[in-house]
Design a protein around this ligand. Structure first.
Ligand code: GCU
Length: 678
């Protein structure tokens, strides 16, 4: 029975007519040159073609008939070298797939400059068949637009996953290093299929234990398993590790003994894992130690670690997600205040990792003002794939649309039209790094991600990290076909549901620019009324500021002036109550309940319309899903049906609780036409 384990790599048999078309083009696999990566590519082709075409092509050493798939690099394969293909622009990870003639025989070549390019090419070739696209007369090449495409696992060593809703951590530390769970390989295959080339194994809040020698022996096995798939392993580095592991009195990044400790520990890591990727660090944020404890800057801290990994080719991803307790400055402003003055002060092998918005992975936030504001610092995006604030595993919320919205945002810096995606893709100097991180939604659940539809967010993240200019709609369409099977009814229903799903969540949780109204701690369900937490910026009332006069956070000049951190053109738009997109109105403005909206309704009435619309959209998804009852397998179908029912209950809960609370503040009547609370 289907349970979702195969993700988008299901490789079920294609229709007979399509088999007849594809089989003659995939009669044999010819590969020259041997490596674990080439083996992985060949195996994947055999697995995929075997499944889809009903027979796995034989592997051969030479081209002896029509229909061979030739796979190789010019360095490893004389056949490929003789074809003199234009590979020079494809870099280390790109690939080319082309229909060619070899000794009079029709063949398809998958070529690259390196073995990993071949694996990516193999997955792309298979994807074309999954999507029923032609593979004859083919001529395509592709390469990633970003260098570091990395998952951040918020996994603790006891296998608890922070903000994880899909079971335990995949990393079975207790059985490592002896036992290599075969699932690690399937995980690597899935990642390679979408171009992910790094994984941070440990939580940003983890303790320092992972850096102990006995743990590194376990990490080594994971690194070995992932290596053929082009995936490097990274670890989080707790800034106070020299104290906790080294018995030192300080972790001051300018203290020579501290620096020496990190160097020695890093050398040790590289002795065990020669291609170790480097460190991810959360410092001076939410109670984590950091250079600020010693009155040093984030650059001082990052550069110390960068020095340690530099001789080995490693990198440091230093997070900009910082805000302090008892800092009266709007939390929205604090990261920018701390980091922008450090522009140009980070070592070459440091990337500053910035969340998409300035608060925290809300259903909708404007783009983070740091993007565009640090032109001399490589910035990488941090998206959250796991749905901490979007209904955990059960609510259907496709995040591709949210990420596209952020990536397309015009930073206005240094000029109009320069988007967040441009900032990510443009090297700040020749050879500088680029990247994107996604907080993983992967665990031990059979379906990996907690729900069938959450797999789409893992998939979409990989595609957007490979190419930040990708379109959410196209990604959803590809994923739908690969995951649910071909057919126009499925395509339309599933992709249609996905494309509107995130806006539905925005509507029933945090419409019109509201944010951070979730219950405390676990962040599940509504709690806009909470006001008694010790740290003011953790209270929902801090964010909506509703009173009888109105609602919203004034971030203009009359308020916190966070808008001034954006480029003047962007600030002018966000800062004007008339020009700000309505979707962000209450993010930037405190307006009276009677404020006139574009619809002609008052803000109060509009708010209620949005809540109702969100619930209605979930009902519409349920109705659409019902039409697929006989078109998808019963196991997965029933899971989605039940999860949508949960989502409908909880969307209703969000709406009713939010309206009841805001009504207790606004003291306004419910508009006509609003459904009575369930
Ligand atoms: C959020 C999340 C935390 C996480 C933090 C971070 O605040 O709730 O669990 O540690 O983000 O990104 O560091």
């Amino acid at each position: 029975a289907e349970d979702g384990y195969d993700l988008w790599l299901r490789y079920r048999a294609v229709e007979a007519e399509a088999q007849a078309r594809y089989r003659p083009l995939a009669a044999a696999i010819v590969s020259e040159g041997r490596s674990d990566t080439i083996d992985a590519a060949t195996q994947e082709l055999r697995r995929g073609l075997g499944g889809m075409l009903g027979q796995a092509p034989a592997t051969a050493a030479r081209v002896t008939g029509d229909g061979a798939i030739v796979i190789g690099t010019p360095a490893g394969s004389p056949i490929v070298a003789r074809l003199r293909l234009p590979l020079s622009g494809l870099g280390h990870e790109g690939f080319l797939i082309r229909s060619v003639t070899i000794d009079g025989r029709r063949a398809t070549v998958i070529a690259a400059n390196s073995d990993i390019g071949l694996l990516y090419g193999a997955f792309r070739y298979l994807q074309r068949i999954q999507l029923r696209q032609p593979v004859d007369a083919i001529d395509l090449s592709d390469k990633p637009k970003l260098d570091v495409r990395v998952l951040n696992h918020w996994d603790n060593l006891d296998r608890y996953v922070e903000r994880g809703y899909s079971g335990e951590s995949l990393w079975d530390w207790q059985k490592l290093p002896r036992f290599r769970d075969p699932r690690y390989t399937d995980y690597a295959r899935a990642n390679a299929s979408i171009g992910i080339n790094g994984v941070v194994l440990t939580n940003v809040n983890a303790n320092a234990d992972i850096l102990r020698p006995e743990w590194l022996e376990k990490v080594k096995i994971l690194a070995e398993t992932f290596r053929p798939y082009g995936i490097r392993v990274y670890l989080t580095a707790r800034f106070s590790a020299p104290i906790e592991l080294g018995g030192m009195k300080t972790a001051d990044p300018l203290d020579p003994a501290v620096r020496a400790w990190w160097k020695a520990r890093t050398d040790e890591i590289y002795r065990v894992i020669p291609d170790f990727g480097g460190f991810l660090v959360k410092a001076n944020s939410e109670g984590q130690p950091g250079p600020g404890d010693y009155k040093r800057t984030h650059a001082d801290g990052a550069n110390m670690l960068a020095d340690a990994v530099k001789p080995h080719g490693g990198i440091v991803m230093w997070r900009a997600f910082v805000y302090e307790p008892h800092n009266p400055e709007d939390r929205h402003k604090q990261a920018y205040t701390d980091f922008v003055p450090l522009d140009g002060k980070f070592a070459d092998n440091v990337l500053v990792q910035v969340k998409n918005g300035a608060i925290d992975f809300q259903p909708r936030e404007p783009f983070h003002p740091i993007f565009g504001a640090m032109p001399r610092t490589p910035l990488m995006m941090e998206f959250q794939i796991t749905k901490e604030y979007l209904g955990f595993a059960t609510h259907l919320a496709y995040l591709g649309t949210m990420w596209e919205e952020v990536l397309e945002s015009d930073t206005g810096r240094p000029r109009a039209g320069r988007t967040v995606a441009d900032v990510l893709e443009t090297r700040v100097r020749p050879g500088a790094l680029t990247g994107m991180a996604g907080v993983a939604n992967i665990g031990t659940d059979r379906n990996w991600s907690g729900s069938q539809f959450d797999q789409a967010n893992w998939y979409a993240f990989g595609r957007m990290a490979w190419n930040p200019d990708s379109k959410a709609q196209a990604i959803a369409a590809d994923w739908t076909r690969m995951t649910w099977g071909a057919g126009p009814a499925i395509d339309d229903a599933v992709t249609g549901m996905m494309m509107r799903s995130r806006e539905a969540v925005v509507d029933y949780m945090t419409p019109l620019g509201l944010g951070h109204l979730m219950a405390t701690g676990h962040h599940y369900g509504p709690a806009p009324w909470v006001s008694d937490l010790a740290r003011p910026e953790w209270n929902p009332v801090y964010y909506h500021k509703a009173d009888q006069g109105g609602i919203g956070f004034d971030r203009t000049k009359t308020g916190s002036d966070a808008v001034s951190q954006y480029a003047p053109s962007v600030a002018a738009r966000y800062g004007s109550v008339d020009r700000v997109p309505e979707e962000l109105l209450l993010w930037f403005h405190h307006v009276p309940w009677s404020h006139r909206m574009a619809s002609g309704r008052t803000l109060w009435d509009e708010l209620i319309v949005r809540y109702d619309r969100g619930v209605g959209e979930v009902a519409a998804m349920q109705a659409r899903w019902d039409t697929l009852r006989d078109k998808v397998d019963p196991g997965r179908w029933a899971e989605v049906r039940d999860f949508l029912a949960i989502q409908h209950d909880e969307a209703t809960w969000w709406r009713d609780a939010s309206i009841a609370y805001f009504q207790s503040v606004s003291k306004l009547p419910l508009p006509a036409g609003h459904a009575a609370p369930a």
